[in-house]
Ligand binder design. Structure first.
Ligand code: PMP
Length: 366
């Protein structure tokens, strides 16, 4: 730490993204990405003329991109904010509407970045425990004295709160901002997005990193009232007007318009998720019923940290969280059918190994 770091940031806890080892090729299932490419329209959009365009600043108002998003979702451009991934969009929401010391509530088991943001912006965070089955009970949020952020579906559980429950929360608390992070919503089909233009205290955040297979481009957007979007743009223009570059915007415009490709990708992931879940259950796993592009599971014969390490040795990356309530579980992103087949075969081999060791140990004991 240098002597220049300001006191407020000294005990900041930076977010730890999923690892990206380069020592050998891996099946990468630790960050809820996909190994499937973006829409073919994106390949066409990043043409030589886009490279020529790099000599000019990109449009800081992101008009064309916001218009494309608005058209696809049946809203208006001034109800859309676009940014460098959902992470940056969320960051602009917090920067715009939260003062140091302000209260923010979120579940104790959720996307780890919320804790990081709360520390970064000096917020008074309170984590509401999820139920024993990991579900979020909306009634726990009805009578609070601060703003709320919920990932829906939640990460790392894949569970979701019904949209009607969220509407109840938003309606009952018109003076509190409710931020719904819908990073995984395309895999569940039930979205709060239409509510964001109906209720002035609701902000819905989306990403292109999951269902649109564009984590590397890092594109996200928010939908909210015109007033909220105007405020966020004011902050953006006071911080980093060119938060999206021209190449990324060209890719984003092409991707958002290709709704057929999105549907195709989403259906494939859902089918693979359902099949993989059943197969895990058949070999003794407990799997939380997921509405996202990952499963959260455990097996009583092997510690999840050990399974994560063994899978990594075999070239498969998954995500284990050390937090007390999560440590028994392993999060596995849903890849292609072929990738999940390899994962399943490898897990079966690891389990067979464990069972063999157990039998040998029992024989020695006799
Ligand atoms: N929200 C949730 C719930 C997530 O799980 C993630 C990614 N892991 C993000 C937001 C970040 O999305 P982006 O890549 O667009 O920053």
């Amino acid at each position: 730490m240098s002597i220049f770091l300001v006191d407020e940031y000294k005990d900041m806890e930076p977010y730890v993204p999923g690892e990206q080892p380069k020592d050998k090729p891996y099946i990468k299932l630790n960050a809820n990405e996909t190994s499937v490419p973006p829409s073919p329209k994106v390949f066409e959009a990043i043409s030589k003329s886009e490279i020529w365009n790099m000599s000019y600043y990109a449009d800081p108002h992101c008009h064309e991109f916001r218009q494309a998003v608005a058209e696809v979702y049946g809203i208006t451009e001034d109800e859309v904010f676009v940014g460098n991934g959902a992470d940056e969009v969320l960051s602009f929401v917090l920067m715009s509407f939260f003062r140091r010391g302000m209260k923010i509530y979120f579940p104790d088991i959720t996307y780890g970045f919320y804790r990081t943001y709360a520390k970064t912006y000096g917020l008074d965070m309170e984590e509401i425990p999820v139920k024993d089955d990991f579900s979020v009970d909306i009634n726990d949020y009805m009578e609070l004295d601060g703003d709320i952020i919920l990932a829906n579906p939640n990460n790392p559980t894949g569970l979701m709160v019904p949209v009607e429950d969220i509407e109840r929360l938003v309606k009952k608390n018109p003076d509190r901002m409710v931020i719904i992070d819908e990073a995984y919503v395309d895999y569940c089909g039930e979205s709060c997005l239409p509510l964001a233009i109906k209720y002035p205290n609701l902000v819905v955040v989306r990403t292109f990193s999951k269902s649109r297979n564009m984590a590397g481009a890092h594109v996200g957007f928010a939908v909210a009232s015109k007033e909220i979007i105007e405020d966020m743009n004011k902050i953006k223009f006071s911080f980093n007007p060119f938060n999206l570059n021209s190449v990324t915007m060209a890719a984003g415009i092409a991707a958002v318009k290709d709704t057929d490709y999105l549907k195709k990708c989403v259906i494939r992931v859902i089918n693979t998720r359902e099949r993989f879940t059943k197969e895990l259950e058949n070999i003794g796993f407990e799997v939380i019923p997921s509405k996202a592009n990952f499963v959260f599971c455990k097996h009583e014969d092997i510690k999840s940290q050990v399974l994560c390490d063994r899978l990594k040795e075999e070239g498969i990356l998954t995500r284990h969280f050390a937090d007390e309530r999560l440590t028994d579980y392993l999060r596995i992103t849903i890849g292609t059918d072929e990738e999940m087949m390899v994962v399943l075969i490898t897990i079966k081999e690891i389990l067979a190994d464990i069972h063999k060791t157990l039998v040998t140990a029992q024989e020695v004991a006799i």
